[in-house]
Design a protein around this ligand. Sequence first.
Ligand code: MG
Length: 349
Amino acid sequence: MKLEFLFYPIQLKHTFRIANYARNETPCVFIKLRYNGFTSFGEAALPPYLKVTPESCEKYFKAVNQLNYFNNLSLEVGEFDLSPIKENIGINTPALAAIETALFDLIGKIYNKPVWEIVGSDSEKMPVTSCTIGIDSEEILKLKIEEAKDFKVLKIKLGTKNDKNIIEIIRRNTDKPLYVDANQGWTDKNEAVDFIHWLKSQNVLMIEQPMSKSNLEGNAYITQNSPLPVIADESCQNLNDVYDLRGAFHGINIKLMKCGGINEAQKMIALARKQKMKVMMGCMTESSCAINAASALAPQCDFVDLDGAWLIANNPFELPQLEEGKILLKKESGFGLVPKPDSDIFFSL
Ligand code: MG
């Protein structure tokens, strides 16, 4: 068994704007494994701030094929040894996540089980997922709110000089509960605490990454004085960070691309719970492939922000189904991915 891979730039429906940054495309590499008549998929979504390129993923995938890793692997339910391909992974965590996703998908298909069941999730406990609204003009914000009509919570990107104005525009157009992601954009901890009190009065339920990840003291001060839960995103990449953030944030935002996949994410959830921290499952702009993978663990989290597949224009797979604003976990084996009939030939089964 060898993995096949394909560079596939993900096109965004709208320009993605956060504090000090904008883009229209996210580089991405899909992988496919074929074994005994089964086909499984994985995805490495590569937003530029991760600094991982499609070329570095390609180099890594070729090295894994050369190791003959897949042929030496025992395909037991939920247990496969990633250690031979994990050493010196460095920043290439999205490539590792892609391989792990394809392996979970394959094992699910071989044993005819959905992955969420393999990883011990209770499909009845799925929280609602938020839909992200990036920084934009009032006209575009209105359009995005309309497009997000099936979602019960919106996540608003702030961290600009205009934050109050953005929330006022949102509130003129919807009364849905909100999460706020400052994306490290706030610079004064006392102003931030005052502003969070105001946000609470606007039915905001949670704050993500208020200050720079380099300012642990500032983030910790905000956490200690905030009337709303404060969640680490840029500050939390992997398991080691979860230890370091105890007391500095109320919780962590786990993304498979940051941490390297479901196994690492499960360890992060376990440690966060031990430290009495909240857990959020987040995503990049990515297709249904990576979204379905993250959804398998989402019922074990407090907050879910798995909207990536709804924000892109060229998803090669069918969208997950939403029910009352929650991603529906289906009984299909693996991640239940369905390639669209018109998607690239690479995905034809
Ligand atoms: Mg964030």
